[in-house]
Design a protein around this ligand. Sequence first.
Ligand code: BGC
Length: 563
Amino acid sequence: MTQHLAAPAHHPTSGTHTGWWRDAVIYQVYPRSFADGNGDGMGDLAGIRDRLPYLKELGIDAVWLSPFYASPQADAGYDVADYRAIDPVFGNLHDADALIRAAHELGLRVIVDLVPNHCSDQHDWFRQALREGPGSRLRERFHFRPGKGVNGELPPNDWESIFGGPAWTRVEEPDGNGGEAGGEWYLHLFAPEQPDFNWEHPAVQDEFRSILRFWLDLGADGFRVDVAHGLVKAPGLPDIGGSEQLKLLGNDVMPFFDQDGVHEIYRSWRRILDEYEGQRVLVAEAWTPTVERTALYVRPDEMHQAFNFQYLTTNWDAQELRGVIDGSLAAMRPVGAPTTWVLSNHDVTRHATRFANPPGLGTQLRDQGDRELGLRRARAATLLMLALPGSAYVYQGEELGLPDVTDLPDEVRQDPSFFRAEGQDGFRDGCRVPIPWTRSGSSYGFGSGGSWLPQPDSWGELSVEAQTGVPGSTLELYRAALAVRREHPGLGAGDAVTWLDAPEGVLALARDGFVCTTNTTGADVELPVPGALLLASGPVAFGEGAGGGTVVLPADSTAWWAV
Ligand code: BGC
């Protein structure tokens, strides 16, 4: 395999303020559920490569691939056993190389997922650390501790795992001196199969710098950094002491999240990326208490982007949306990083289903709610998102308007948190069901060998085939929106919006030569015509009002106007 640094030729190549990512639309591929090239029921790299022309035609700029590394799949690949190998279920390194090359040939960038907070319990270091027993130098690369209590039978502190249950597991020591009789405990903020690295250890730091280079050399255009806020823990691993426990998708201040020490790590990574040609990027998955804390991850010498989870968790409410939009733009402005926008990903209920349910229910829903309402709002929300300055993330299948699958039988579920008591994220399988490509056929065109999670009967009518060329379909709406965005490069540019006067429940924002109107109310709203209609998520109707031309913006819809 040869090194190739090829970046799509038409992108600028220098300057923080001209980086390709600043206004990019980045499409998240969840490899196991996108397309199955070898018919084993599980998506793979060959399947993704075959479907790249679809992504090109959709009009996105880059693809972010969730993990495909060698892994026992205890947490769908977020438990990595070897960071330099591909899991056989997804293919091999030649497939990865071929996929990156093919994407570049189409002018698409490729961002890979880096999982530095923890590895798999099958990672060589961890296995050896277990084998060597207490006192092993390799144990220092993780957080091993003796237990509390007379016989060490209690966990070293009171932290709970994000997936439910204690964040510590006691090991069987090699000499048989384990379990209740005295084994050490190790820390895992997630599943027991995901031991946390000790980021104070130089070997851990060196290893990840080397892993970065491995993927940069292979041509990756950047990294989405998993749990970027979790690597450094407060000294002494202090108890929390309260009833409030871990929440990844929350804003609580915790001794294992958002510690100031993480920033030095990202500064050192940034120096590595800057050595490479072609504008490589770092994107933080950082759940922090405030957008201002998130902005610290994207200071000029750290990462380039951070996910805007405050936006993802905002209700379908004009005032709330405006507040978060203003707050996000204001928080990023001082550090000069672009704001990002996201509505769905592989960890949360799809936004078509979130918006189908009453507000305030969180990001793990178990009910379909009012599907028609949800889809209407989802389409409107997407057009609003794509009208904002900065970069937008799209999760596979949202362009088809897919709802979450809320009725998966327990026996097919694979999300590890589903099986642990009181896990907060137990319903993530519902957004991970393989996507439908064709109206009928085996797994609706996902592959020839079925699908690792069952697809609902409604999938055929939501497929790419069923929506292609159908005016008004959600797929054609996304295609049209992304085409407009490319034709009007000003749309994603800049760091500010101008709010125009609008009736209650309506957002009207102006950008250079462009106006976006969003009606978040459940009723039609009549407005003066803002300009020439470019695109709308619902059927707008024109009329003559008292002061001239008016337009009726339907309930829960967005329209784009050229002015
Ligand atoms: C990923 C999850 C994963 C967790 C542990 C996250 O934030 O997005 O899917 O379960 O990290 O790696």
